[in-house]
Write a protein of this length. Sequence first.
Length: 132
Amino acid sequence: EDCLRVMGSVARRRLLLLGHNKSRPGRQLTYTARYYDVMTTNVLTLTLPPHVTVISVQGWQPTSINGQVYTWVNLPPVSGLVRVTVQLDADLAYGTVLPASAELIDGKGMDTVNHTTTVVIPASAGQNSTQP
């Protein structure tokens, strides 16, 4: 699987969102949000794409979940990460683009938004391919 790394920065704080840029229907993939140099008061929001089901959350558990939006309030300061593993719907059409985003706001009110996109591609011949 190919991976995509997108970074943004505001002042000295950084947020990094990692995820695959290719996957197949029914497969699992993991989004990792890493944060750096944040203040004690902070909010991290991860918005997952439609057509995925969360399998697990590693690291700190979200403070709230509203549909595809997962929110963590006051993560341990300075740096850390959260990982969310999802499973793609098995009936996704080839070529479907699934955007995800992360936003971090700390006590200074500054935020950073990052996006990663998963493109669903046909399965390789001989690897459980069910569509022509």
